[in-house]
Design a protein around this ligand. Structure first.
Ligand code: NAD
Ligand code: DAU
Length: 330
């Protein structure tokens, strides 16, 4: 694989994946990214520039995507609108980027026969029951606008494999944490609140469960599926770290040596899924992938250090993000 096209490669996971790809291969990487509010251009600045190119453009624009796919050996498709609260406020860009963008990529690879890996989310399976773990045979049951667009995109990929024989794989991953995640998301929001002397803000009673994986482990898994995954297959990726939001907030309070009761309960998210939990047996046994960040407390502590060291990156957007949450009672 000499030339890799990474859509959404200036986003949180995309940028971490690009770093992984450059470090683990000699490939030249082209990032196609619209540089929305969620993009994090600085993450690409420190990477080897001689093998990395950034093209600013819309993944839903066939005129931009086509020529880039023409010269790529493989495409990894991360580009998406990714935040649930934004989708609830305005689903329109989610339909355009997540559905039409994926359709645009699919039509390009259908024409060229280029290998495609599509990055999806465990949210496509909807809310898990109390002791349920998602597997590759779980039914699609998305319950919010973001998840519905991601599920729709997965269905397009599956249909293009089945009907046109394109060379594609899908991965659905659990909640990621790590460097360069936007401060609108749960863990960076609470870390930066704590840095600012504020309490963690929990939706509802904080009892919802999420399954956390370090972004570096997600990147390694995507890299392995790209290299060795079987065409048409879906691989679930997760590190089996299911915790309530309350537990995560308490872990952060402990890292900051603050009172465990210093919490603020705010308005809940409408239609909030109570639990996600991902069973990664297939990617572990079939491809031999295994997570390396297996201690969540130390992963969170390292993440806290990272946000302390990168305040100049997140500080300019923090107040605006908090103002939008405050307007919704969150
Ligand atoms: P992100 O919001 O941090 O980054 C998305 C990137 O896509 C940004 O750089 C943005 O500029 C770019 N983008 C948005 N619209 C675009 C468009 N129309 N054309 C080109 N680029 C566009 O998202 P993330 O958290 O890094 O998620 C990346 C992918 O992984 C998404 O597909 C998401 O659904 C999936 N995913 C995320 C998580 C998670 O916990 N964050 C978990 C599982 C799966
Ligand atoms: O499960 C994978 C998904 O994880 C990805 O597909 C999404 O792109 C990603 O954003 C993430 O979705 P969530 O909605 O689970 O993540 P978020 O960080 O928004 O919220 C995590 C949990 O924390 C969720 O139960 C809502 C809650 N929450 C969130 C915020 C921002 C709070 O309690 N307080 C908050 O301030």
């Amino acid at each position: 694989m000499e030339r890799l096209l990474v859509t959404g490669g200036a986003g949180f996971i995309g940028a971490n994946f690009v770093a992984h790809a450059l470090a683990h291969s000699e490939a030249r990487v082209t990032v196609l990214d619209k540089l929305t509010y969620a993009a994090t251009r600085e993450a690409l600045d420190s990477l080897p520039g001689d093998r990395l190119e950034l093209v600013v453009g819309d993944v839903a624009d066939a005129g931009v995507v086509g020529p880039l796919v023409d010269v790529a050996d493989a495409v990894v498709h991360f580009a998406a609108e990714s935040h649930n609260d934004n989708a609830l406020a305005d689903p329109s860009p989610f339909v355009s980027t997540n559905l039409v963008g994926t359709f645009t990529v699919l039509e390009a690879v259908r024409r060229t026969g280029t290998r495609l890996h599509h990055v999806s989310t465990d949210e496509v399976y909807g809310e898990a029951a109390a002791d349920e773990w998602f597997t590759e045979s779980s039914s699609y049951a998305p319950s919010n606008p973001y998840a519905a667009t991601k599920a729709g995109a997965d269905h397009l990929v599956r249909a293009w494999v089945h009907s046109y024989g394109i060379d594609a794989t899908i991965s659905t991953c659990a909640n990621n944490y790590g460097p360069w995640q936007h401060v609108e998301k749960f863990i960076p929001r609470q870390i930066t609140n704590l840095i600012d002397g504020q309490p963690p803000k929990l939706y509802g009673a904080g009892r919802q469960q999420r399954d956390w994986i370090h972004v570096a482990d997600h990147s390694a898994a995507v890299w392995q599926v790209l290299a060795e995954g079987r065409v048409g297959e879906t691989y679930l990726i997760g590190a089996e770290e299911v915790h309530t939001n309350l537990e995560i907030a308490r872990m952060l309070l402990e890292i900051f040596e603050r009172d465990p009761g210093e919490l603020e309960f705010v308005a809940d998210r409408p239609g909030h899924d109570q639990r996600y939990a991902t069973d990664p047996t297939k990617v572990r046994t079939e491809l031999g992938w295994t997570p390396t960040h297996t201690d969540l407390s130390s992963g969170l502590a390292a993440c806290v250090d990272w946000y302390r060291e990168h305040e100049s990156w997140w500080r300019p957007v923090k107040a605006g993000v908090e103002a939008r949450y405050a307007a919704r009672g969150q």
